[in-house]
Design a binder for this molecule. Structure first.
Ligand SMILES: C[S@@+](CC[C@H](N)C(=O)[O-])C[C@H]1O[C@@H](n2cnc3c(N)ncnc32)[C@H](O)[C@@H]1O
Length: 261
């Protein structure tokens, strides 16, 4: 199978994911944003059975979508267990229909197979100072391993909280939507929301699959992090634009410095 595009870390295949996937091996995770039929775009049709097809290749799946789609398609995720969900908080509302709260978010659901401890779960931290959100240090604790002989109320050694200038990432991830001008897919995901999901689920040196690649954002984010990515995209004109984007070495506008593992 000849890739449409390939570099050291990212490979893009042109074709239907149902035809391409059987040719591929295992991945640490699949992170994807399937078409779920909410627009009148020609390609926006739910590909029935895709979660089963992905299950042959990974035990970890992050699927973007709305709560409405997730509930409507719940049967399609039979065999997958619900792990958690994150909220992608956008900078502006995307719906202006005023008989419901204006939509300013999207979900991504983490589905998994096998055991929860078997999942790679490297929760990222973000750079931040200010009020601690975790355990507070108590007067008299010296910060050494196990504290200074002080025990908590469960008689466990008390470990005081030391501010290292980072905080654990929460389930609400803020990232600006990609502006209409310049984006290559109308539902293009920002790197700021993909990056922490990759950090969490894909170990260093690992690989991620995106079978509905669109503009290739999953590949760009993975490459920034030194992870491998395999992308599949059915439309040739999209592949052409995505390959051109992947050819550019660095994409500006997103600062990865704030994110650590
Ligand atoms: C919602 S968009 C993904 C957008 C992407 N997350 C991004 O950041 O640009 C879904 C993409 O899946 C592609 N697609 C639809 N059916 C497909 C299939 N059976 N196999 C592979 N790609 C498919 C569409 O052409 C579309 O580009």
């Amino acid at each position: 199978m000849t890739p449409y595009y390939a570099d050291d870390l990212v490979t893009l295949y042109h074709g239907s994911m149902f035809d391409v996937l059987p040719e591929l091996g295992r991945f640490d995770a699949c992170i994807t944003d399937p078409p779920y039929g909410t627009t009148n775009l020609a390609w926006d049709r739910w590909p029935t059975g895709w979660p089963d097809a992905v299950a042959e290749h990974t035990d970890t799946l992050w699927c973007f979508g709305t709560m409405r789609m997730i509930l409507a398609r719940a049967d399609e995720f039979d065999g997958w267990r619900f792990g958690q969900e994150i909220v992608w908080l956008k900078n502006a509302a995307t719906s202006m229909i005023t008989d419901r709260f204006l939509r300013r978010h999207e979900n991504a659901v983490h589905w998994y197979r096998g055991s929860w401890p078997g999942q790679h779960r490297a929760l990222p931290k973000v750079s931040r100072t200010g009020a601690p959100s975790g355990t507070r240090a108590r007067p008299g604790d010296d910060g050494g391993p196990g504290g200074d002989g002080v025990f908590d109320r469960h008689f466990k050694p008390f470990r005081p909280w030391v501010d290292d200038g980072t905080r654990w990432m929460t389930s609400v991830i803020e990232a600006k939507s990609e502006p209409k001008r310049g984006r290559l897919n109308p539902t293009q995901k920002p790197l700021g929301v993909l990056t922490p999901l990759i950090q969490y689920s894909v170990p260093e040196g690992g690989s991620v699959l995106d079978p509905f690649a669109g503009s290739g954002s999953t590949g760009i984010a993975a490459r920034h992090l030194g992870r491998r990515a395999v992308l599949i995209e059915a439309r040739e004109e999209q592949c052409e634009a995505t390959a051109a984007r992947l050819t550019k070495p660095i994409e500006v506008g997103f600062n990865l410095e704030g994110l650590t593992t």
